[in-house]
Design a protein around this ligand. Structure first.
Ligand code: SF4
Ligand code: SF4
Length: 501
């Protein structure tokens, strides 16, 4: 418990009162409580200055944000002005809290939150009559706005918690916060990397997007998809958050095995003692991808599918077909750009990993912005570039990590998935021939629009970029598609032959 100065109490009131009043003016009663509760709880957590309360209210705010986005998704095509205002309200209150928190930690009495609060009134007053009636994904600008609001709210909540807990429970405990002296842009990038790599950020964005994932699990028709989505949910919370950051193992084995298990050579330096583990990880994941396709990573254990496959973000796959850049990545063809980018990424990984290793054995002493080269590359990709792709979905299409070749971990597993038995098959190619809707191709989050032609010609579809999300299986109105993978070996071993294989 920290005592608050009178000035800080006044600031908190200055946030709460105008936000409450303006929300009452701007929002219908239906959504008033929705936005009022987090404002009050967030402010009171600061008044009481209790870490657990702050975490609890931040998680609660993320959850409300998730519900709000689910409503936006469900009401697409109808007026969503109220829901958008709630999202904006949550953004402003979270950002105000973050600014206040950073100010407190730095010992600076900041008055920005007050300014922010009044900006919020202004926003409401200007949007009070505007109706957000356009279809949720009809305009890339609106989609970008919505996805940015959710992202920035999660970021602000994580900043509050991370700054409160000066030494956060984190994969990378804000180590980038120390100014490198290289310049404001690099320092700003370092700050962003520090926050997005913190486990609290993963928690906040995970709760926001998790509501959509739960919705997806509940609405999945196929048992196989329901199982996959549930595994994806568990992998995110247990494997990516609990084990490396909150479990007793995290302090006993800070770098083994989950810290380097991302295929980028890693969230730890390439030490000789870890070499076997790193190569073993590549081997295990290559075998799994060979047997079950790259879906074991790109649709289950990577944190990306969790963020991309919930109802709200998943619906943005329409931009794979409508955005100019997204259209270029359609079909299973690997464009020359895909090949060049993935090759460059792999050269990068190999060079940075080799330098990291040489540093560890004392041959070289090379760092990037004061950090181990391999760790820097890993963090740069997964904590910055990946989120930029995420925000740019309305312009790049969904799953651009898969469609652009920018993820070395993805292309490694896609290669072994492609070499293995994993493929999509249809029960009857004639059904596809007479099919009018081709819902399978429309449902694909990666934009593999050429599957129908392959189904008609060969009765099956196999593609390097196929991540086995199974949405085509879910959407085919004739229940025509099924997956064939390494389970055929198992069936043969058990002497049952390959079912439909
Ligand atoms: S391509 Fe990379 S970031 Fe994208 S889902 Fe696959 S492993 Fe994850
Ligand atoms: S798989 Fe289903 S949705 Fe796709 S073309 Fe065939 S019948 Fe149509």
């Amino acid at each position: 418990m920290y005592p608050l100065s009178t000035a800080q109490v006044l600031q908190i009131l200055a946030i709460t009162i105008p936000l409450t009043l303006s929300s009452y003016m701007g929002l219908k009663r239906r959504t008033f409580g929705f936005s009022l509760i987090p404002w009050l709880t967030l402010s009171s957590s600061l008044l009481i200055y209790d870490f657990n309360l702050l975490v609890l209210t931040s998680v609660f705010t993320s959850f409300l944000l998730g519900l709000d986005y689910l409503l936006i998704y469900r009401r697409r095509g109808r007026d969503v002005t109220e829901e958008v205002k709630v999202a904006l309200g949550l953004l402003v209150s979270s950002t105000s809290l973050a600014i206040l928190q950073v100010g407190n930690d730095l010992g600076v009495n900041l008055y920005f939150p007050t300014v922010f609060a009044f900006l919020w009134i202004l926003t409401l007053l200007t949007t009070i009559k505007a109706k957000v009636t356009s279809r949720m994904n009809s305009s890339p600008r609106m989609a970008l706005g919505l996805i940015s609001v959710g992202f920035l709210t999660s970021l602000s909540l994580a900043i509050s918690v991370d700054f409160f807990q000066v030494n956060p429970t984190s994969l990378s405990p804000l180590e980038f916060l120390a100014p490198s002296g290289v310049g404001i842009i690099v320092d700003g990038m370092g700050l962003l990397l520090g926050i997005t790599s913190s486990s609290w950020f993963m928690v906040m964005i995970g709760v926001w997007l998790g509501v959509g994932v739960m919705d997806k699990i509940i609405s999945a028709r196929k048992l196989e998809n329901r199982v996959r989505l549930s595994l994806m949910f568990l992998a995110y919370w247990v494997y990516s958050i609990y084990l490396p950051s909150f479990s007793p193992f995290s302090s006993v084995f800070p770098e083994v095995p989950y810290s380097w298990f991302n295929g980028f050579g890693t969230f730890a330096p390439v030490e000789p003692s870890l070499l076997l583990g790193i190569l073993g990880t590549y081997l295990v994941t290559a075998v799994l991808s060979y047997l079950f396709g790259s879906r074991q990573i790109c649709s289950v254990t990577c944190t990306a599918p969790y963020m991309l496959q919930g109802s709200f973000v998943n619906s943005m796959k329409t931009f794979n077909r409508s955005s100019p850049l997204g259209r270029r990545t359609l079909t299973s063809r690997l464009s020359p750009w895909f090949k060049v980018i993935s090759l460059m990424v792999w050269v990068n990984i190999a060079v940075f990993a080799a330098i990291s290793y040489l540093n560890q054995v004392g041959v070289t002493n090379f760092s990037v912005l004061g950090d181990d080269p391999s760790m820097f590359l890993s963090s740069l990709y997964f904590n910055l570039i990946w989120y930029l792709q995420f925000l740019m979905i309305p312009f790049l299409g969904n799953y651009s990590c898969v469609t652009s070749g920018l993820c070395g971990w993805g292309t490694f597993n896609q290669l072994f998935g492609y070499l293995g038995p994993f493929k999509l098959k249809v029960k009857d190619p004639a059904t596809c021939l007479s099919c009018k809707t081709v819902d399978c191709a429309k449902a694909c989050p990666v934009g593999l629009t050429d599957m129908r032609a392959s189904f008609i010609k060969k009765g099956e579809f196999k593609a390097f970029k196929c991540i086995g999300a199974g949405e085509c299986i879910e959407e085919c109105p004739y229940d025509n598609i099924f997956v064939r993978d390494g389970r055929v070996y198992l069936r043969k071993l058990l002497g049952r032959g390959a079912v439909n294989g």
